[in-house]
Design a protein around this ligand. Structure first.
Ligand code: GLY
Length: 595
């Protein structure tokens, strides 16, 4: 249980200038403000039996209602996944994929079940598919349209989990998603923003415009009703026929038919061969806690553990959460991790990833030794083999161009100590923009998470390496980081976030704020976040900022600082003295439900 309310109060008043003079520098903390009209209770809930933190108001309510009808957390997770697919088409959907960690008190004695239902490249995909005759990357080909779509895994993943671990009939669990798709809901600001950003692609595909445009052919706006009748029918078919309702029969024929029509690569064989994979989670220990997170093809777990290892001997608590030393060390550890991400990470079914080395403490100590105490690192230090050597500018432009909050995460825990964390995605806003006619299914654009050629940047400006080149049936590298923190074999905290490469840095900061700085969960999530991904060589700081002295000292260390929305929306639950504290990120419109 968190017992540092004094610190918390000090921290909260630190943004109020009247008190500033009386707060010692090391205790000064800047937080993101609540949106006008919101209260803390809109984002935080203390419950006993069940807690559900998602980015979707309908999803949190529907998952809670299935629990009330006698469902377990896997029933609730299945409901949440399908309702989110309806409610957040900008983030996730039946045409996408994801990862999950599930700690089941009865079964997972050593570590949580770790499930990979990531999309994969079609069998006919190849390394050069996004290059022109001169070997140059064809602009936006991996982001828009049929070639950007990988073979979907979300339906296979959630249905397999439900079949093995759920309690209630599938039809009951999927009913709210069907009803929401059929009856529709009013478009909320975040969704309206995503639709307007993807206006061009929506208008390019008739079946997409039929859903996201009005009768005049204009894209829908905030307050308009979003009805997805075909999607309702598709989910109904799945609720009757299970996995085969999606990967075989009418839906599969429509999906493969659309690929054929648009000269895409996916065939029935791709759907037949889609497999849910069970992975060994990445495991680390940090200051007496055990951290379990997603293994490759996600980079998330490896780098969360790597960053924690690098910083484990530093007395960050004494420095203070937003002291320049703490921020400098966190940023430098992130730089090292992202340099490694570009060099070593890929799908372990296809390429050797030195997971043991990357997550070993000795390796982390070498990195820590080479981080100067008072000087920012440059990209040369991080990786001498970098094809973008000296070219931070290109990465910077790409990162600026694509700002979005795609992908979604939810966390569900019950009073018995079971916890389920899952991050799911279509990749960019509305994925590829292609809706399969007659099905309401938006296809993902996850192929952009491959390196289209070595050194090329993806949607999030991350540099891709050889190990992440496209290969038939390979899964693209991800940053999604569903994570469970345990102590003495019992869960303490479950969390995750959307927002591409920022996911892993937002997750690691939340863990450190909670463990190192002993902040309550809400404050651990509300404190200003920073992000560094090696390329570009910029320290991103959320607009809520850092103490003035911190910024001054960071600049003196030669950090190049840029203020930016990072897009993370952490959804977390902590176990505290027999209670469950659910917090849905203050930056978003998510909801915690439960009792
Ligand atoms: N598509 C975002 C991720 O997988 O990290």
């Amino acid at each position: 249980m968190k017992k540092i309310y004094i610190l918390s109060v000090l921290a909260l008043i630190s943004s109020c200038s009247a008190f500033k003079a009386s707060i010692p520098y090391e205790k000064e903390i800047r937080f993101v403000n609540l949106a006008p009209g919101e209260t803390r209770e809109d984002h935080e809930k203390l419950t006993k039996d069940i807690s559900i933190a998602t980015q979707g108001r309908f999803a949190s309510q529907a998952a809670y209602s299935i629990f009330k009808k006698g469902g377990n957390i896997i029933d609730a997770a299945t409901t949440a996944s399908f309702v989110l697919a309806v409610e957040r088409p900008q983030s996730t959907g039946l045409g996408g994929g994801g990862f999950a960690l599930f700690h089941d008190v009865k079964r997972n004695k050593d570590f949580p079940l770790t499930v990979d239902f990531r999309e994969k490249a079609p069998i006919d995909a190849h390394e050069k598919m996004f290059l022109d005759d001169k070997g140059e990357v064809i602009s936006r080909m991996s982001l828009d349209g049929i070639f950007s779509a990988g073979v979907p895994g979300m339906v296979a993943g959630m249905l397999e989990l439900h079949k093995k671990h759920g309690k209630l009939p599938l039809a009951m669990v999927l009913k709210d998603a069907i009803d929401l798709a059929r009856n529709g809901f009013k478009i909320y600001p975040e969704l309206a923003h995503a639709i307007s950003k993807r206006e061009n692609i929506i208008k390019r595909y008739k079946a997409t415009c039929e859903i996201f445009c009005n009768k005049k052919g204009e894209v829908l706006k905030e307050g308009d009703l979003l009805v997805q009748k075909d999607l309702a029918k598709t989910i109904e078919t799945i609720s009757k026929n299970g996995r085969d309702g999606f990967y075989k029969g009418r839906i599969a024929r429509a999906l493969v038919g659309e690929h054929r029509r648009l000269k895409g690569l996916m065939t029935q064989k791709d759907l037949d061969k889609y497999e849910v994979k069970y992975r060994t989670p990445i495991r680390g220990d940090y200051k007496g806690y055990e951290v379990f997170s997603m293994s490759p093809p996600s980079s998330g777990g490896v780098h969360i553990v790597e960053i924690l290892n690098i910083l484990r001997k530093d007395d960050l608590k004494t420095y203070g959460l937003q002291h320049s030393k703490t921020v400098h060390l966190r940023a430098s550890a992130m730089q090292a991790a992202f340099s490694d991400r570009a060099n070593y990470l890929g799908d372990t079914d296809f390429t050797y990833v030195p997971v043991t080395g990357l997550t070993s403490k000795k390796y982390a100590d070498d990195i820590r030794f080479s981080i100067p105490e008072n000087k920012a690192l440059n990209s040369l230090w991080a990786n001498m083999n970098d094809p973008f050597k000296f070219d931070a500018k290109e990465g910077r432009e790409l990162l600026k161009r694509h700002e979005s909050n795609e992908t979604t995460h939810f966390t569900i825990a019950d009073g018995k100590g079971n916890i389920f964390v899952s991050t799911q995605t279509l990749n960019g806003y509305l994925g590829s923009g292609v809706v399969v006619p007659g099905t309401g299914i938006l296809l993902n654009n996850e192929m952009d998470d491959f390196a289209t050629k070595p050194g090329a940047n993806n949607l999030f400006g991350a540099v891709g390496g050889e190990k992440n080149l496209v290969q038939p049936e390979k899964r693209p590298l991800s940053s999604m980081s569903p994570t469970i923190v345990m102590k003495d074999g019992k869960p303490v905290l479950g969390l995750g976030s959307p927002s591409g490469t920022r996911i892993l840095t937002c997750v690691v900061q939340t863990i450190m704020n909670y463990i190192d700085h002993n902040l309550p969960l809400y404050e651990s999530m509300a404190a200003t976040r920073v992000h560094h991904q090696w390329k570009p060589n910029i320290l991103y700081v959320e607009e809520s900022g850092l103490p003035e002295r911190t910024i001054k000292e960071l600049k003196r260390m030669e950090h190049e600082i840029e203020y930016k929305k990072l897009g993370c929306r952490v959804q977390a639950i902590s176990f505290e003295d027999g209670m469950l504290r659910g917090v849905s990120d203050i930056r978003g419109r998510g909801l915690v439900s439960g009792e």
